[in-house]
Design a protein around this ligand. Sequence first.
Ligand code: HEM
Length: 187
Amino acid sequence: MKDYREVLKSFESIAGPIKPHAEVLRRYAENLKEWDELLVKVFYDTLFSYGTSASIFREGERTEREVALKMWYRRVVSGEWDESFWEWQFRKVGFAHVIRGIPNEFILSAMSLLQRTFLEKALQEFPVEEAVRVYTAFKHITDAVATLMAAGYMYCYLEALSESTGMPPALIERHAVLLARRIYEEI
Ligand code: HEM
């Protein structure tokens, strides 16, 4: 399994460093934490209104999910991101969704919804320049989390396939290349 630090290093090298965004969010944290109720409501109203994502949840699970997401959001906007924060994103938040069979397209779409809702709220609450600064910081950190979750999902499947078939990951990757080439050349 790839180490989450490697994934983060790639993210920062390509998307840009994370630290400056932590400083921005820290300045606004107390205010931003108050948006938890709204963001979590939009998030779960949407996931529960689409049959395919709604069917993932167990009977009576919504309250528990809302509490977990609020806690996650408040920690994200605190701008306090140490090693334990990143490890939590990769090993707990990411893998909790693999365990429940939630594919990357759901996670990335849900993150996009969260980011857009945050932007709309920021534009209501702050002058445009400030709203853009706060949103850019929120987008960067949540893009980093989404990247860790998506990478963990893929590496978990790769490793599971390797363990169950005895095929080394490099051979599976080779097969994926062949399959991708076939699909690419079909049209
Ligand atoms: C922006 C994307 C998402 C974030 C940030 C997020 C956040 C979280 C967090 C913080 C937890 C608790 C993890 C832990 O055990 O520490 C969790 C669990 C869970 N999430 Fe999400 N989530 C996201 C997307 C989704 C989507 C799209 C679905 C379903 C369609 C979903 C369904 C669940 C379920 C069912 C659990 C419980 C896992 C378990 O059995 O413990 N999440 N999520």
